[in-house]
Design a protein around this ligand. Structure first.
Ligand code: SF4
Ligand code: SF4
Length: 129
């Protein structure tokens, strides 16, 4: 899906909730891109950065502990909340959210507005699926 021209969310003002999704699927070409970016073999990148997904035969991004959410993608900078592999990030990260709105950001922005706290962070939120 092409990125919409106008979007109603700001990743720069968000603690990167989407990077905490536990099952971000990683394809062979994503692993290839990561391996190239780090200058290591695909096998090493596969083992180092991904683990078995819940769905049989899939690989997902590894997590590590996070001080805001319980865990987050191993590539998320815990302080800046930015992606440390932005140039060679996996395809699901490039496509997300794929619409003009981000559900988490809508909720966060509403709560920040309602509670008059622009720094507020919502750690428990369930997407409407
Ligand atoms: S949750 Fe939404 S606003 Fe936050 S970083 Fe992800 S896409 Fe951006
Ligand atoms: S690779 Fe980057 S954009 Fe993708 S989940 Fe990890 S930190 Fe977020």
């Amino acid at each position: 899906m092409a990125t919409p021209l106008k979007v109603f969310y700001s990743c720069a003002k968000c603690p990167a909730y989407c990077c905490t999704y536990p099952q971000i699927p990683i394809s062979k070409s994503d692993i290839r891109r990561l391996a190239k970016g780090f200058g290591i073999s695909e096998e090493k990148a596969r083992k180092r950065f991904t683990k078995k997904g819940e769905e049989k035969g899939t690989r997902v991004l590894r997590h590590r502990d996070d001080h805001i959410f319980e865990t987050a993608c191993t590539f998320l900078d815990p302080e800046t909340r930015g992606c440390t592999v932005y140039e060679f990030r996996p395809s699901p990260c490039r496509a997300y959210p794929g619409t003009a709105r981000c559900g988490y950001y809508d909720f966060l922005a509403n709560e920040r507005n309602r509670q008059e706290d622009p720094e507020l962070v919502i750690t428990a939120w369930v997407a409407d699926v």
